[in-house]
Write a protein that binds this ligand. Structure first.
Ligand SMILES: Cc1cc2nc3c(=O)[nH]c(=O)nc-3n(C[C@H](O)[C@H](O)[C@H](O)COP(=O)(O)O)c2cc1C
Length: 195
């Protein structure tokens, strides 16, 4: 295990349940793999841009001259994509917002799910994931409970993240649910808190 990439999404700092768990996970992974490099991408602090027309052209053009001219526009996407391709393990720690992922995480996904870099279509119409040999851990915080009960079909976080990760070749995925955070009896003591 050489490199572990953390994508941390919640803007709630020390109040964030998903960040609290990903901090604990970072500590445990460091104990397990002392020589591994941890990269922590804080999408709340960093403001990953939404994919705009110029960036879209820069990362999709097949014309070498145009690619060179638009190189600067592709820089952010190139950097995030290389970081993903270079890691051995990926941790995504995110809240559920309105039953899905926050748009900041979607913006990161839109910059790293790229034809020719992280996936390619096969001749038979199927798809080939190019982000090979990686494990992923999802840390998913939600106010309600989604692993069982009536709200289960409302979870568009875990199914979507598993599907998009498998699309790019990451199929070894474990999930840590931090759920019921808006239900006092479940939330109390649910996550480690720093004082
Ligand atoms: C804008 C917003 C939307 C939310 N939408 C949902 C939701 O659809 N379902 C749910 O169970 N909890 C929802 N919550 C509650 C959060 O998922 C919960 O507070 C969780 O702990 C947030 O993760 P964090 O503590 O890491 O920030 C929402 C919270 C916010 C701020």
């Amino acid at each position: 295990m050489n490199t572990i990439l953390f994508i941390e999404v919640s803007p709630r700092g020390k109040d964030s349940a998903s960040r609290s768990v990903s901090d604990t996970l970072a500590g445990r992974l460091t104990d397990l793999y002392p020589s591994a490099k941890l990269i922590r991408r804080d999408l709340a602090a960093e403001q990953v841009p939404h994919l705009d027309n110029a960036t879209l052209r820069a990362i999709s053009t097949k014309d070498a001259t145009e690619a060179e001219r638009l190189k600067e526009m592709a820089h952010h996407s190139d950097q995030l994509t290389s970081e993903l391709l270079d890691c051995d393990a990926l941790v995504i720690a995110t809240p559920m917002w309105n039953f899905g992922i926050p748009s900041t995480l979607k913006a990161w996904i839109d910059l790293v799910v790229r034809p020719g870099r992280t996936f390619q279509y096969a001749n038979d119409g199927g798809v080939l994931g190019l982000a090979k040999n990686k494990k992923a851990i999802l840390v998913l915080a939600s106010g309600g409970v989604f692993t069982e009960g009536p709200w289960r079909p409302w979870d568009f976080v875990e199914p979507y993240l598993c599907q998009i990760l498998s699309f790019i070749g990451i199929t070894d995925v474990q999930t840590v649910r931090v759920e019921g955070m808006n239900i006092p009896d479940l939330a109390i003591g649910a996550v480690p808190r720093a004082n």
